[in-house]
Design a protein around this ligand. Structure first.
Ligand code: SF4
Ligand code: SF4
Length: 446
């Protein structure tokens, strides 16, 4: 019998109704090509990339336009062909600014992608890893960890399982579900490439049980391979969290402060695996992605667009705002960030854009805590979100450390269940960063 997820949430009746309202009925994925792209130089965990093109340069689609020598970093590529118009500070999803390269699309699609698929089966692993690094792939599920780093396994780690995470990170998002329906064989080929790099572990693909079409497509594509199994997991948030998934699928606990590789498991999101397939087989870097655009728009849908497309343009493409615009979230309802301008561009990890009008943004207005304990019950890391939130807002960072704020996995389940609609995940994420910074500072002075 499968273990149940510790903590986590099933949607309440009003949220189920909202999920039904936001349901994407279109099975087709439309492509949108903007006139200009605004490509941020910070799209991954690690060292930010530095521009290597100049204003006025003509670039090909897929050409490297920013990079560093650091290992934990990811190259940035032109997502369209055309002319570099500017390199300047531009709004980002954190309501700050980040340097971005602005390219005018000439719609010529000039690129150096392969015309026949690369025979990776005979290739040297180090050569394949170089291709992945060259393609600038970073986790597309939201983690933004550079993918080539995942294959740098330490001697102390022995990987016996590769988990392909097809559990959509957040409610309301359909990007990965449609990607699996449309590209199951390519994702399986990407998984087989990753398996080769990890010395042939078993592959387990997890998909939530409310996605029967994705499950069927992936089962069929995986059927020739005895080392792959597809597992249905419950539709409970955050079942797609790395540590939660390893516990649920393999009954292995990942201790706080350790990585899944320390317990023999590498996880990759299905969209990241698809990007790996495109990079290795076709020399196509990570330059586009599926993004769910839903909420109070005319035609909620999943859109394929180049990285660097503005949120406002994708909202217009999906049928424009319906009602008075009130809230726009880059990402999903759990971990996404409310943005204060529609000029925020998509990045490698933008899996969704949620739009709410005045009638429906009730989810996001804060009230005082009523001590109901629901956030504690929902927390998959067994933390006390309401207390960390309270102490952080009071500036008591020692208490935040005592309450293990740095163990938070930023899943957002606490925010979602809170009847007072307190923005717990955001404050706890800030508390976590503060505690980590204070610990580092203390270690330096020790
Ligand atoms: S405290 Fe962190 S880990 Fe716990 S539910 Fe909230 S966001 Fe998730
Ligand atoms: S769920 Fe919200 S209202 Fe309930 S204890 Fe947690 S913070 Fe307070």
């Amino acid at each position: 019998m499968k273990k149940k997820l510790i903590g986590g949430i099933s949607l309440s009746p009003p949220l189920k109704a909202l999920k039904e309202k936001l349901k994407i009925h279109q099975q087709e994925v439309h492509s949108f090509e903007p006139n200009m792209v605004f490509i941020p130089l910070v799209q991954h965990i690690g060292t930010p990339a530095e521009p290597i093109v100049a204003i006025g340069d003509q670039v090909k689609q897929g050409q490297v336009i920013a990079e560093t020598d650091a290992f934990v970093s990811a190259k940035i590529h032109a997502s369209v062909s055309g002319k570099v118009l500017d390199i300047t500070d531009w709004p980002d999803a954190g309501n700050q600014t980040t340097q971005a390269i602005i390219i005018e699309n000439d719609f010529n699609y000039a690129n150096d992608f392969r015309s026949t698929s690369f025979a990776w089966q005979q290739a040297d692993n180090s050569f394949i890893k170089q291709k992945i690094q060259q393609a600038g792939i970073a986790g597309k599920g939201g983690a933004t960890f550079p993918t080539h780093v995942k294959f740098a396994i330490k001697d102390s780690q022995s990987i016996d399982t590769l988990v392909l995470n097809g559990s959509e990170c957040e409610p309301f998002l359909r990007s990965d579900a449609l990607l699996m329906q449309n590209n199951a064989e390519k994702i399986i080929e990407g998984a087989r490439i990753a398996r080769k790099l990890l010395n042939d572990p078993a592959i387990v693909i997890s998909i939530e049980d409310d996605k029967p079409l994705s499950i069927a497509a992936m089962k069929e594509a995986a059927s020739p391979y005895s080392f792959i199994r597809v597992e249905e997991v419950p539709t409970v948030y955050p079942v797609g969290g790395e540590k939660q998934l390893v516990e649920l699928l393999l009954d292995r606990e990942v201790p706080i402060g350790k990585l899944t590789a320390d317990v023999g498991v590498v996880l990759m999101n299905v969209a990241t695996t698809f990007a790996l397939y495109e990079a290795v087989c076709w020399d196509k870097p990570l330059i586009d992605r599926y993004t769910t655009v839903t909420g109070d728009v005319g035609e909620p849908q999943v859109v394929r667009s180049p990285i660097g497309t503005l949120a406002g343009e994708l909202i217009d493409f999906a049928g424009r705002f319906q009602g008075a615009p009130s809230k726009v979230i880059m990402g999903g309802p759990m971990m996404g960030r409310t943005v204060n301008t529609l000029r925020v561009p998509t990045t490698k990890s933008t899996n969704g854009i949620l739009v709410f009008n005045e009638e429906n943004d009730w989810l996001f207005t804060e009230n005082p805590c009523i001590r109901c304990n629901k956030c504690v019950e929902a927390c998959p890391m067994r933390l006390m979100p309401m207390s960390i939130d309270q102490y952080f807002r009071a500036g008591d960072f020692d208490k935040c450390e005592e309450l293990l704020a740095d163990a938070c996995i930023n899943c957002g389940a606490c925010t979602f269940v809170c009847p007072a609609r307190r923005n717990l995940a955001a404050t706890i994420s800030d508390a976590k960063n503060k505690v980590i910074a204070l610990k580092k500072e203390a270690a330096q002075h020790a």
